[in-house]
Design a binder for this molecule. Structure first.
Ligand SMILES: *Cc1c(COP(=O)(O)O)cnc(C)c1O
Length: 403
């Protein structure tokens, strides 16, 4: 009997009861705008920023309308503008080059390793040859590169690093939380990330001037003193006449549902990792399939799962994807010619006129990717692994036989 998986790869958990109650409270009083406060009231958004700053160990935090807005705000706060080159990972998702393009800058992509991280040799060379203004580093699918070496390369060149932590909220490298290596860290609270407010994001930094500029950019009018995780008014004095208001604030309703989620974030991360390991255990030593081994210095959050089918012809990878789909397992393939749903790759971002990146092409041609929602049980993960293992082995053997 061939087993079929019945779960949904896109169904997130319901929000905790505490979050529902907090949302009803905000809806009941109607003060959704973050600066709409009763005398003496602090507001959910300001409290959330204070709590997220404490969680990451950052001095300052700004809540944003989206992760993309956090990234473009970070670039603008740094003064990145039209014509500037911003380096970024070739393996990332569309909002990353989109944030670069939104400030008129030009993304230049850096090659990808088989660990799915940015290639540090290619980075070291492009830092010099492109005259880049900044690196927007994406910890794509939660894979963190050697951050100590990356920071050494960028610090030596005086290149500011902005981290895209959409997939690494709660993760760390060598004990330092993701988002705290570079000058600014950006996070997303969009439905498919580690906390769910539908849309939303954060920006964290220790730099008072960047923090003040980011707050002003987000559209604080002259109400920045209502923030709890922002620098003092003397810092705003230096910037308040020079920074445009590009409205991208978070509101109190979303902040209210995020605060209880932040309190349970570490437990959620542990639940993801248990599921990740169940998949990894079930797939280890499958012929033709390469597990992506995680470095000891990386405290990852396994909210998605990737494997490589290295050297496979496209037809065979597509065959695996189709067979798994027929058995209820939705794999995404990053080697497809056309962008599909959330999955696109650098060659599809033609507005950035990307050059060819042969090493990235080779890695992505064999990369299959899967969401790991917490609605899956550990048994679900073991079953998914059995299905993938059976289909990969079957296609691998018939292709080997055909040669
Ligand atoms: C989701 C995501 C973002 C930010 O997305 P928003 O939808 O704007 O919150 C940034 N980078 C990556 C890699 C993402 O997956």
């Amino acid at each position: 009997m061939t087993e079929v998986f019945k779960g949904s790869f896109t169904q997130q958990e319901p929000l905790p009861e505490e979050a529902v109650a907090a949302a009803l409270d905000v809806l009941g009083h109607g003060r959704l705008h973050r600066y709409n406060l009763k005398p003496g009231e602090v507001g959910e958004t300001a409290l959330l920023e204070q709590e997220f700053a404490a969680y990451t160990g950052a001095r300052y935090c700004l809540a944003n309308a989206s992760g993309g807005a956090a990234m473009s705000t970070a670039l603008r706060a740094l003064g990145v503008g039209p014509g500037d080159v911003v380096l970024s990972n070739a393996f990332t998702l569309a909002p990353v080059p989109g944030a670069i393009a939104s400030v008129g800058a030009r993304p230049v992509f850096v090659e990808t390793t088989e660990a799915l991280t940015i290639d540090l040799d290619d980075l070291a060379s492009k830092v010099v040859t492109t005259g880049a203004r900044c690196l927007l580093l994406s910890h794509m699918r939660g894979h963190i590169c050697d951050m100590d070496r990356l920071m050494a390369i960028c610090d030596a060149a005086g290149l500011p690093v902005v981290e895209d932590c959409a997939h690494t909220m709660g993760a760390a490298w060598n004990g330092v939380p993701s988002g705290r290596h570079g000058v600014m860290g950006c996070y997303s609270t969009q439905t498919y990330k580690h906390m769910n407010s539908g849309e939303g994001g954060f920006l964290v930094t220790d730099d008072p001037d960047l923090a003040a500029r980011a707050v002003l950019l987000s559209g604080s009018y002259m109400l920045y003193e209502r923030h709890l995780a922002a620098p003092g008014p003397e810092v705003f004095e230096r910037h308040r006449y020079d920074v445009p208001n590009i409205s991208s604030r978070m509101d109190n309703l979303r902040a209210a549902i995020l605060r209880p989620q932040l309190r349970r974030l570490d437990a959620q991360c542990a639940a993801w990792n248990a599921r990740y390991r169940a998949l990894e255990d079930g797939l280890r030593d499958t012929p033709g399939l390469q597990i992506i081994e995680r470095p000891a210095a990386e405290a990852y959050v396994g909210s998605s799962f990737q494997v490589l089918l290295p050297g496979w012809v496209p037809e065979a990878v597509q065959d695996v994807v189709a067979r798994c789909k027929a058995r209820g397992v939705e794999l995404k393939w990053f080697g497809a010619a056309e962008p599909a749903a959330f999955t696109s790759r650098y060659a599809h971002w033609r507005y950035a006129a990307p050059g060819r990146l042969p090493q990235t092409d080779r890695v992505l041609a064999g990369l299959v990717d899967m969401r790991l929602p917490l609605t899956f049980s550990l048994d679900d993960c073991a079953q998914i692994a059995r299905i993938i293992r059976a289909e990969v082995s079957g296609v691998w053997q018939s292709n080997a036989a055909a040669e």
